[in-house]
Design a binder for this molecule. Structure first.
Ligand SMILES: Nc1ncnc2c1ncn2[C@@H]1O[C@H](COP(=O)(O)OP(=O)(O)OP(=O)(O)O)[C@@H](O)[C@H]1O
Ligand SMILES: [Mg+2]
Length: 243
């Protein structure tokens, strides 16, 4: 873990391997790591349909989601953003390829929306927003603030379910403890893939989230430091800040 840089931008990270070809349109950059310090990410096509980004407050979860979303957008993959509370992801509103930025009640953070969804005036139906897109990723920050039984929670569950046979995926960020104790709904389903990030590991018990045994010395570190877990295998990573 000590060999990793303290801070890397997404651009610096991609410059580590100029010939790098993402394995699919649903591959999202997360950061840098590995023995040769190369770009690391998740392929929601091959390893998905979901990945979880877990960490304590201020561990770099939202910044990592922005990096991931921008890498998808930059390669032409549309993104639907869900932010139940303030998040740097909200700055993506209006960017090319961003289908919408919703709050925890499925209302657009930029206002507008005369529709009604799940009985909520002004709320937008996530399934309608992604309809007609063959390929897309839904990015959810602070997932523990979305009830699994709410209209939004149920829509995210549906998107995750259909992602198993489709070309779309879900990136879900939240607090390690809350995600580890989610036993039903979209967050619990997302966790079952055992793929994602553990940021600023607090104790070896954090591995329970993905039912993995963590390597020794994985605890702590600066913001953005953590373990990338792919199908249960953990690799130290320094996540990339958007810029
Ligand atoms: N990969 C990183 N490298 C260096 N600094 C980072 C990294 N990611 C985040 N930071 C810094 O850490 C702070 C928290 O980042 P961020 O908001 O992304 O974390 P968070 O876990 O979403 O926090 P919150 O609990 O407020 O939601 C910010 O000041 C940010 O600049
Ligand atoms: Mg955040």
């Amino acid at each position: 873990m000590d060999a990793l840089p303290m801070r890397m931008t997404a651009e610096q990270t991609m410059d580590l391997a100029p010939a790098f070809e993402p394995p699919s349109a649903l591959w999202a950059l997360l950061g840098a790591g590995g023995d040769a310090l190369t770009p690391l990410g998740v392929d929601l096509q091959g390893q998905g349909p979901a990945a979880v980004i877990a960490g304590p407050p201020r561990s770099g979860r939202s910044s990592t989601l922005v990096t991931a979303a921008r890498s998808l957008l930059g390669r032409g993959t549309p993104v639907l953003v869900v932010t139940p509370r303030r998040s740097p992801l909200r700055d993506l509103a209006g960017a090319s390829g961003v289908l919408a930025v919703l709050d925890g009640n499925a209302r657009s953070v930029t206002g507008g929306g005369a529709d009604e969804f799940g009985g909520l005036p002004g709320a937008l139906d996530p399934l309608a927003l992604v309809a007609g897109h063959e390929r897309y990723v839904v990015v959810v920050d602070d997932a523990e603030l979305i009830s699994p039984d709410s209209p939004l929670g149920l829509a995210l569950d549906e998107i995750l379910r259909t992602g198993r046979d489709g070309e779309h995926g879900l990136l879900v960020a939240g607090t390690t403890g809350d995600l580890a104790t989610a036993y039903r709904g979209f967050a619990a389903e997302a966790r079952k893939g055992r793929t994602g990030l553990l940021l600023n590991v607090q104790s070896p018990a954090d591995g329970d989230l993905f039912t993995v045994r963590l390597p020794r010395g994985a605890v702590g570190g600066p913001p953005g430091r953590g373990l990338l877990v792919i199908s249960g295998t953990a690799t130290p990573i320094q996540c990339a800040v958007p810029q």
